[in-house]
Design a binder for this molecule. Sequence first.
Ligand SMILES: [Zn+2]
Length: 130
Amino acid sequence: MKPVAICALCVQNKMALEQKILDELKGKLVEEKTKLENDLQRIANPTGTPGDYETKFEDLGTDSDENATEVEEYADKLALENDLEKQLKDVLDALKRMEDGSYGFCENCQQDIDIDRLRAYPAARTCIKC
Ligand SMILES: [Zn+2]
């Protein structure tokens, strides 16, 4: 078997393409991060730890009716907050992985994550098979 020669220009092109895709995905992640942070700020207060929030409890009044509404709203917000916080954590992790160069690999099987999957969901941690 003859060794396959790798053309330096091809490697360069491939890297340039990958950088372009990475930039595109990074843009999406930053956009997503801003959106999630805005959503979270409406219902929660940042705790000081990046990406960590505490659901706001609104004091509507002291009536038992009002208290029941407060608790109900709080439970709804808590569920929403947890969900948004989880999404934000994925986005922050993905941005961190971009920094250290481990972005785009499946956490499970260490294979490349399909670029179409990353385009659809840039914060993906695992490949389509896992
Ligand atoms: Zn995998």
